[in-house]
Design a protein around this ligand. Structure first.
Ligand code: FES
Length: 130
């Protein structure tokens, strides 16, 4: 009897190392410049790292200059609150900024720049942030 081999296409995520978690202040941020635009890396008090397009979904304010609290950042321009894990604006505001998958190994931080392309589609499958 012949066996059937099924090939499954698995998309490859290319991780780009962008520095150490120690380069990001606790409850602060750091900007990574990419050909696709600036990405803001945020570090929470619990040492979680998130990456968002450095542009608020309201009027593109620089989220990297916002205030990090819990797993959210407040935009410095008009105080919208954005979820770091998803880029979604917290109600009653509506909108979403691009979310880039992040991987932290030891102290090393990497971004899936090719996967995200700063899309507003999020990364629910790539990094587990939901
Ligand atoms: S630009 Fe961020 S709240 Fe207006």
């Amino acid at each position: 009897m012949d066996s059937i081999i099924t090939e499954t296409a698995v998309s490859e995520i290319v991780w780009t190392q962008v520095g150490s978690i120690d380069d990001i202040p606790v409850l602060g941020s750091r900007v990574v410049r990419t050909p696709g635009g600036d990405i803001a890396l945020f570090r929470t008090a619990a040492d979680e790292v998130f990456a968002l397009e450095d542009a608020c979904p309201h009027k593109r304010g620089p989220l990297s200059q916002g205030i990090v609290h819990g797993r959210r950042v407040t935009c410095p321009l008009h105080n919208w609150v954005i979820e770091l894990a998803t880029g979604e604006a917290v109600a009653p505001d509506e909108g979403r900024t691009g979310h880039v998958p992040v991987r932290v190994e030891g102290r090393s931080v990497s971004l899936a720049l090719g996967e995200a392309k700063l899309s507003r589609g999020g990364c629910r499958k790539a990094c587990g942030h939901v």
